[in-house]
Design a protein around this ligand. Structure first.
Ligand SMILES: [Zn+2]
Length: 118
């Protein structure tokens, strides 16, 4: 995979993906800063290597990641990601991204509790 910034964008997308939090997403949460804008330029190559190493531990996650990288590349030059509201279960097992404010925030499907804005 070449290094045009897509790798980190896709790694953040995997971390913040909707649905149950996978072990890989959990490890990416520990690795990555809050947002892409917080990544210092000199840290970028190391973060990319570390993110790929984590994602490669799970063949299904790796397949999802590679599809996502390919999809982002098909958009052409990277545009800034829109600022989306992300919500998470207080128990840490579920994340949900609000497409826009018209969508009501759901409950965690397993704990039936309100999600917190993250
Ligand atoms: Zn939950």
């Amino acid at each position: 995979m070449d290094r045009d910034g897509t790798i980190l964008v896709a790694a953040f997308a995997l971390r913040d993906r909707e649905g149950p939090v996978s072990p890989v997403a959990e490890k990416l949460r520990a690795l990555l800063p809050a947002s892409l804008a917080d990544v210092a330029e000199e840290r970028r190559p190391t973060l990319e290597d570390d993110a790929i190493a984590i994602i490669a531990e799970d063949p299904d996650e790796l397949a999802w990641f590679q599809r996502t990288v390919a999809r982002f590349k098909s958009f052409g030059p990277l545009s800034p990601m829109p600022l989306l509201e992300v919500y998470a279960c207080p128990q840490g097992d579920y994340r949900w991204t609000r497409p826009n404010v018209a969508y009501p925030v759901p409950l965690c499907p397993s704990h039936r509790v309100a999600l917190d804005r993250v």
